[in-house]
Design a protein around this ligand. Structure first.
Ligand SMILES: Cc1ncc(COP(=O)(O)O)c(C=O)c1O
Length: 313
């Protein structure tokens, strides 16, 4: 008798067991259901950590992917203008809620996209300074980890110049009642300190719109933070990797507070389960260094076609 999938997984895959919430296998999936080894159908509330934005085996994605794989599977955006990638970039730009001139960068995952943003911002600003939130997760690669604040990443060194701001959690308050209330009138000490360090410097701020495991902040908190950042010339990066592309009911989660971010990071659900991420930012920043992060297969036709199918659907 052949060994079951769980046993083979334990023997072949590097230890990921501690991250999983419960023992599960998957040999297929359709709609909101995952099919386990043995045929049991399981209703999946996790949507593959947010990546299965249209559920599993969605016909629009399946059709787009198989067509792209059969007519132009391996063309690299690094060597030529690729139809599906350009069209997906145009779709992303068309969905952006402002008319600033913007450009799109493609990657494979939320992690590499946030990595690219960190490098881009450091190249754009002579002084390093990034604000992120305690508990935020921005990825599992070197630079994205270094600006995160998640409890699973305590081994990762913080980026030089990083300040982690408290994040208001109305359900399990950790930082005192005025932060939970949003307190738009009074700067948080950490932000006040960073801002007063140099009014004319370009400083950087990144916000998970529903940060720390998708905890919705009190109304007005993010808007108040945005206003304060604007007043001090701080660029605003919104990580929509988990909450973007319709997941909260709005195309962008940041639209719930009417934010106007400079840079937005997309991943997970953009590819409907296939690996593709994107950064959209102002043209003058995105064009700053042509090679701020080049990857051979980023924006490849198959994943870009999946992204287009997701956005269309
Ligand atoms: C907000 C956020 N940003 C970035 C990432 C990293 O994305 P990926 O795991 O696709 O690299 C995640 C992953 O959970 C995330 O939730």
């Amino acid at each position: 008798m052949t060994e079951d999938l769980m046993t083979r997984d334990g023997r072949a895959i590097a230890d990921i067991e501690r991250l999983r919430f419960f023992p599960a296998t998957a040999v297929g999936g359709a709609g909101s259901y995952v099919v386990e080894e043995g045929g049991r159908r399981v209703l999946d509330f996790s949507a593959s950590w947010g990546a299965a934005s249209l559920g599993y085996s969605h016909p629009a994605v399946a059709e787009a992917v198989s067509k792209a794989a059969s007519d132009m599977g391996a063309v690299s955006l690094a060597s030529c203008a690729v139809g599906h990638a350009v069209a997906l970039a145009e779709d992303l730009l068309a969905h952006f809620p402002d008319d600033r001139e913007r450009r799109v960068w493609f990657g494979h995952a939320g992690s590499d996209a946030n990595d690219a943003v960190v490098r881009l911002l450091e190249a754009a600003s002579p002084r390093r300074g990034i604000l992120s939130f305690v508990g935020a997760y921005h990825g599992g690669s070197a630079a994205s980890m270094s600006v995160s604040g998640h409890s699973s990443q305590t081994h990762a060194p913080a980026r030089p110049g990083l300040t982690r701001l408290p994040y208001p959690d109305p359900y399990r308050p950790q930082f005192g009642p005025d932060l939970v209330a949003g307190a738009p009138g009074r700067p948080r000490p950490a932000l006040r300190e960073r801002a007063s360090a140099g009014r004319d410097r370009r400083r950087l701020h990144r916000a998970d719109p529903i940060g720390r495991a998708r905890i919705v902040p009190p109304a007005g908190f993010l808007k108040g933070l945005e206003e304060r950042c604007r007043a001090h010339g701080i660029l605003i990066v919104v990580d929509e990797v988990k909450v973007g592309v319709g997941r909260t009911g709005l195309y962008h989660a940041f639209e719930a507070e009417g934010l106007s971010p400079d840079i937005v990071v997309y991943g997970k659900g953009l590819g409907g389960g296939l690996p593709i991420s994107a950064v959209v930012g102002p043209a003058e920043l995105m064009n700053l260094q042509p090679a701020f992060a080049i990857m051979t297969a980023a924006g490849n036709p198959v994943c870009a076609a999946a992204g287009r199918a997701v956005l269309r659907t």
